[in-house]
Design a protein around this ligand. Structure first.
Ligand code: URA
Length: 446
C-alpha cells in the first residue's frame, strides 16, 4: 500500500478497508508516515467524512495502537453491602470554553466510592484541555507510567493522566496534529479520538458531555446529537455503558477561562461555592456517573450524593489527595492565589446599555489562545496564568461602561488582538433575550 494512494482515495470520497486504515494509523504511530501525509489524509477525512464501518475500524486501530488497560480487580464495593459494583467510570467532554468539569467531577465521584481512571487531552482549537489546566498546578505530573497509574487508582480511586506512548499513542500524535491543521470539528475524528482513549482506560461506564452552541465544535444541536449517537453506539458495541448529555456551550461555563483561573474556579466549586451553572452541570454529570457505576439506583440519589461529597468536604479532600499523589503543590488547594497569576488585568467595558443577548463564545476561547493560554503551533509553550474573567451572563442587564470581561495577560503584544476578539464577542440589545437556553438540552443513550 502507498500512503499517497490512500490520501487520493479519501480525497475522491472513496471508502477505506479496515486494512487500509490500520496501515495508516499504525504507520503514523510508529513514525513511518510523516506529518504532512497524515495531515493531508486527515483533511480529506474532514471534508469527505467516514462510513460507520470506516469509523469502527479507525476507533479500533487507534485503541489498539497501545495497551488496553484492565482494572477489573479494582472494582469498588457498594458501601454497607459488600457487593462488587461495575464502578470503573469516567466522563469526557467534547470541549468548550471554561469547561473545567473534569477537575471537579473526578474527585466528587472518587470520594463517593467509584474508581475514575481518567485519560484526558490538552487544549484543542479554541477549547481548553484538562491536562493543560492541571499542569497550572506547580509540579503536577500528567505523564504517569502504567504502574503509577494503577498504584494511584488503588490508593485514592482516581488519577488524571494524558495519552502516553503505551496508552492510546495514536490519539496522542493525531490530536496534536489536528489541533494545528484545522481538522478538529469532524464528528468521525472526534469520535475516534475520544472513544479510543476512553476505551483504553479499562472503564465500564462512560458519561459523555457533548457541547453545542457557539463555543462548541458542533455548533448545531443536530450535529452534536449525531456525534453523541456515534460515540454512544461505538461504546455500546464495545460492551460499555454509555450516555451522552448534550449541554449548552453558547456562552462560557462558569466565570473563568484560562488554565490556572479554571483550577481556581474548580477549587471554589469543590469548596461549596463557585458559579451556579458550573456547579449544576458538575452535579448532573457526577450523578450520571454514580448511576452508571451502580453506586445509586436513580439520578436523584446521584445528585444528592454528589452534593453531599461537596458539602462534607470529602470531594475537596480527594482533590488534595490527587494533587499530592501526582506531585502537585497541595498548598494551592487551600490558597488558590498561589497558582500562577498574570501580571496585568484590563477590563473590557460595554459601549451600550441593555441586555446581554448572546456571546460569540468561540471568539472568547480564541482570545485565551491568543493571550498564550493555548497553542497556535505544536511546539508553543502554554502560559498558565492568562485568561478571561466573565462578569455577565446571557440575560443580564448591562450599563454603559460596565465591565463585561476582565482580561488577565502577561504579554502586551498579545493584548490588542485578544481585546478585539473579546469586544466583538458580546451582543447587547435593548430587550432581554426571549428564551434562555437550558444547561442540559437532552440525554442520548439512557
Ligand atoms: N476531545 C478529544 O479528546 N478529542 C477530540 O477530538 C475532541 C475533544
Amino acid at each position: 500500500m502507498r500512503v499517497v494512494d490512500l490520501i487520493r482515495k479519501k480525497r475522491d470520497a472513496g471508502e477505506h478497508s479496515r486494512e487500509e486504515i490500520e496501515f495508516l494509523i499504525n504507520g503514523y504511530t510508529r513514525g513511518e508516515i510523516p506529518d504532512y501525509q497524515m495531515a493531508a489524509w486527515l483533511m480529506a477525512v474532514f471534508l469527505r467524512g467516514m462510513t460507520k464501518a470506516e469509523l469502527t475500524a479507525l476507533t479500533e486501530a487507534m485503541l489498539y495502537s497501545g495497551k488496553v488497560l484492565d482494572f477489573t480487580d479494582l472494582r469498588p464495593k457498594l458501601p454497607g453491602t459488600g457487593k462488587t459494583i461495575p464502578g470503573l467510570v469516567d466522563k469526557h467532554s467534547t470541549g468548550g470554553v471554561g469547561d473545567k468539569t473534569s477537575l471537579i467531577i473526578a474527585p466528587i465521584v472518587a470520594a463517593g466510592g467509584l474508581v475514575v481512571p481518567m485519560i484526558s487531552g490538552r487544549g484543542l482549537g479554541h477549547s481548553g484541555g484538562t491536562l493543560d489546566k492541571l499542569e497550572a498546578i506547580p509540579g503536577f505530573r500528567v505523564n504517569l507510567s502504567n504502574e503509577e497509574f494503577r498504584a494511584a487508582l488503588e490508593k485514592c480511586g482516581c488519577a488524571l493522566i494524558g495519552q502516553t506512548a503505551e496508552i492510546a499513542p495514536a490519539d496522542k500524535k493525531i490530536y496534536v496534529l489536528r489541533d494545528v491543521i484545522g481538522t478538529v470539528e469532524s464528528p468521525s475524528l472526534i469520535c475516534a479520538s475520544i472513544m479510543s482513549k476512553k476505551l483504553a482506560e479499562g472503564i465500564e461506564g462512560l458519561v459523555l458531555d457533548v457541547k453545542t452552541g457557539s463555543g462548541a465544535f458542533m455548533k448545531k444541536e443536530e450535529d452534536a446529537a449525531y456525534l453523541a449517537e456515534l460515540m454512544v453506539e461505538t461504546g455500546k458495541r464495545m460492551g460499555k455503558k454509555v450516555v451522552a448529555l448534550i449541554t449548552d456551550m453558547d456562552q462560557p461555563l462558569g466565570r473563568l477561562a484560562g488554565n490556572a483561573l479554571e483550577v481556581k474556579e474548580s477549587i471554589e466549586v469543590l469548596a461549596g461555592g463557585g458559579p451556579s451553572d458550573l456547579r449544576e452541570l458538575c452535579l448532573e454529570l457526577a450523578a450520571w456517573m454514580f448511576l452508571l457505576g451502580e453506586r445509586v439506583s436513580n439520578l436523584e440519589e446521584g445528585r444528592a450524593l454528589a452534593a453531599e461529597m461537596i458539602a462534607s468536604g470529602r470531594a475537596r479532600d480527594k482533590f488534595r489527595e490527587i494533587v499530592r499523589q501526582q506531585g502537585g503543590d497541595v498548598v494551592v488547594v487551600d490558597d488558590p492565589e498561589k497558582l500562577p497569576l498574570a501580571r496585568n488585568k484590563v477590563d473590557v467595558k460595554s459601549a451600550s446599555a441593555g441586555y446581554l443577548v448572546s456571546t460569540q463564545c468561540e471568539q472568547l476561547g480564541i482570545a485565551c489562545v491568543v493571550l498564550g493560554g493555548g497553542r497556535e503551533k505544536k511546539e508553543d509553550a502554554i502560559d498558565p496564568a492568562v485568561g478571561l474573567e466573565f462578569h455577565k451572563r446571557v440575560g443580564d442587564a448591562v450599563r454603559v461602561g460596565e465591565a463585561l470581561c476582565t482580561i488577565h495577560y502577561n504579554a502586551d503584544a498579545r493584548l490588542d488582538e485578544a481585546r478585539k476578539l473579546v469586544e466583538t464577542a458580546y451582543m447587547i440589545a435593548a430587550e432581554p433575550p426571549k428564551n434562555l437556553r437550558s444547561l442540559v438540552h437532552r440525554v442520548i443513550g439512557a
